[in-house]
Design a protein around this ligand. Structure first.
Ligand code: FMN
Length: 179
């Protein structure tokens, strides 16, 4: 039996939901899996020795990632790199097939540039548009991103672009990487 840990950061709750579905898909295969919000991990500290693989995930926010996410990686790169690992990102541009690949998703390339941790495995996941949940400034900014990429700009749009079966498959894939 393998033991996996999914660490995530989530601004609006969608990445947390992805982490949960990964965890449930791993558990459904008879393995152990925990999920932990990185803000919690900072305070509670992680029992790294418990796990055979660690996956970290975060949403793209304004073309980059939360500073706290990079800080956590800076502080724990050694522990993360000591075992099989994977990184997943969420973005709304990943709703199109060409931006849903590691090579085609510039935010993945950006992560590789900025992170001292170079993940052994990576996964691009399409996120959620949720204008009603966002403040007017965020809504305006994302409407602009959407306009440039022919996405929805109606301020009432709530669209979940995540392929949940693919998220479950990613969970099963992580089990195969765990040692
Ligand atoms: C403030 C903000 C900025 C965002 N910036 C981008 C962006 O630059 N590119 C993109 O593709 N998606 C962007 N998104 C979309 C998020 O990556 C997507 O909604 C994701 O599902 C959010 O996950 P969360 O609910 O876990 O925070 C942004 C969302 C927010 C709220």
């Amino acid at each position: 039996m393998k033991r996996l840990l999914v660490l995530y950061m989530s601004r609006g709750g969608h990445t947390a939901r992805v982490a949960r579905v990964i965890m449930e898909s791993v558990r459904a295969e008879g393995h152990e899996c925990d999920m932990m919000d990185i803000n919690e991990a900072v305070h509670e500290s992680v029992d790294w020795d418990r796990y055979d693989l660690v996956a970290l995930g975060a949403p793209v926010l304004y073309g980059t990632y939360d500073k706290g996410f990079f800080k956590f990686i800076d502080d724990h790169a050694t522990q993360i790199e000591a075992k099989p690992n994977s990184f997943f990102n969420l973005s709304v541009v990943a709703r199109t097939p060409e931006k849903a690949t590691v090579e085609g998703n510039r935010y993945m390339q950006k992560f590789l540039e900025l992170s001292p941790w170079k993940p052994k495995d990576m996964k691009v996941i399409a996120g959620k548009v949720n204008y009603p949940a966002w403040g007017w400034l965020d809504t305006l900014a994302i409407q602009m991103i959407m306009k440039m990429t022919n996405g929805p700009t109606d301020k009432n749009s709530v669209i979940d672009y995540t392929d949940w079966e693919d998220v479950k498959a990613y969970g099963r894939h992580l089990i195969t990487l765990a040692k």
